[in-house]
Design a protein around this ligand. Structure first.
Ligand SMILES: Cc1ncc(COP(=O)(O)O)c(C=O)c1O
Length: 331
């Protein structure tokens, strides 16, 4: 694996040693799929980005059920069968095997070899869970200093329409985000925010958008935006409002910030030349979110899956005997 050296995409500094694939833990070099995998050619896969946080009681996985619930919904779109119990167990176990506590966890389920036609069914399916040492994809300093974002540099690009590709974490859909990220980086920006044909704000390439007017917090709604798990948690913490927002309104907000599993709560310090001063509301929500994910604050309903399984229980190894769980899961 080659480390991405682009300033805005600090990805994994070193690959993990152990990867869970199709029910087994394998050395990263042994976890392989065919170059004729359907998912490689057509993006027929679904993934999640989940985080585990280091706490005095050991690693804590935040909102695991909500993430797996969203993965299940994406898998259904592509006719992928997912064993949620196995995936939940693997998300926990991959941390232990790699000796990680603060980590990014990446489950991925995709269509493998078995035909390159656009009809699905004959393909073998693969499930993978990887964990890697944590580094923000917006860069480690982004939470503190904020990001320099643009709408203008990507104004000819549109977010995938929900009517074309459902706003879930389908692998093929992310080409859209990569194109926007490339255009933004080429113009000297760290992040791109999509607007639609009516100039309504949609989302960033890997985050949802919030605006603050005085003390009032607005979580931007848009039918083409991913229903973010961090967004729901932060909206609940902020006791804010959900509504559509135009580009013009965003530019006159007192504060703008982005939310995502990776970005957490990241201020936008500049948007197309408009500078936003360091915002007290954003800072307060950053702190509240850190308390939540580190288990220092009561659980929010928002971090639980909307229509998911009721309650939560520690994932257990579905087949052979599991070692005693050493990882907690917070909802
Ligand atoms: C396109 C997009 N929007 C928003 C988000 C934020 O979602 P979440 O808070 O569930 O990580 C993500 C990250 O998963 C994303 O990829």
């Amino acid at each position: 694996m080659t480390e991405n050296t682009q300033a805005t995409t600090n990805w994994t500094p070193r690959p993990p040693q152990w990867i869970w694939m199709d029910g087994r833990f394998l050395d990263v070099t042994a976890a392989q799929a065919s170059v004729l995998s359907h998912g490689l050619h057509y993006g027929t896969g679904v993934f999640e980005g989940i985080r585990a946080y280091s706490t005095p009681e050991g690693p804590r996985i935040f909102a695991l059920d909500a993430h797996l619930d969203r993965l299940r919904r994406g898998a259904e779109c592509l006719g992928l069968a997912v064993d949620l119990e196995s995936l939940a167990w693997a998300c926990q176990e991959v941390l232990t095997r790699n000796g990680l506590d603060a980590a990014y966890i990446r489950p991925l389920v995709f269509q493998g070899m078995g035909g390159l036609g656009l009809d699905l069914g004959a393909q073998r399916q693969h499930s993978v869970v990887a964990a890697m040492p944590w580094r923000s994809h917006l860069g480690g300093a982004a939470a503190a200093r904020g990001v320099k974002a643009t709408i203008a540099a990507v104004s000819t690009l549109r977010r995938n329409r929900a009517a074309a590709i459902p706003p879930l974490k389908l692998t093929g859909g992310y080409v859209n985000a990569v194109l926007a990220k490339r255009a933004a980086a080429a113009a000297g920006f760290e992040e791109a925010i999509f607007v639609d044909d009516e100039d309504r704000v949609c989302e960033a390439t890997g985050e949802n958008v919030f605006a603050v007017f005085g003390d009032h917090v607005v979580a931007v709604t848009h039918p083409d935006a991913l229903p973010g798990i961090t967004r729901r948690a932060v909206l609940e913490l902020a006791r804010g409002e959900e509504r559509e927002l135009s580009r013009a309104e965003l530019l006159v907000a007192d504060e703008v910030f982005l939310t995502g599993t990776s970005a957490e709560v990241t201020p936008v310090r500049e948007l197309d030349g408009k500078r936003f001063p360091e915002g007290a509301v954003t800072r307060r929500l950053q702190a509240a979110y850190q308390d939540l994910v580190h288990g220092r604050a009561p659980r929010t309903a928002a971090a639980r899956p909307g229509a998911g399984r009721a309650g939560h229980r520690m994932p257990q190894q579905p087949r052979a005997a599991a070692p005693p769980p050493s990882v907690q899961v917070t909802t």
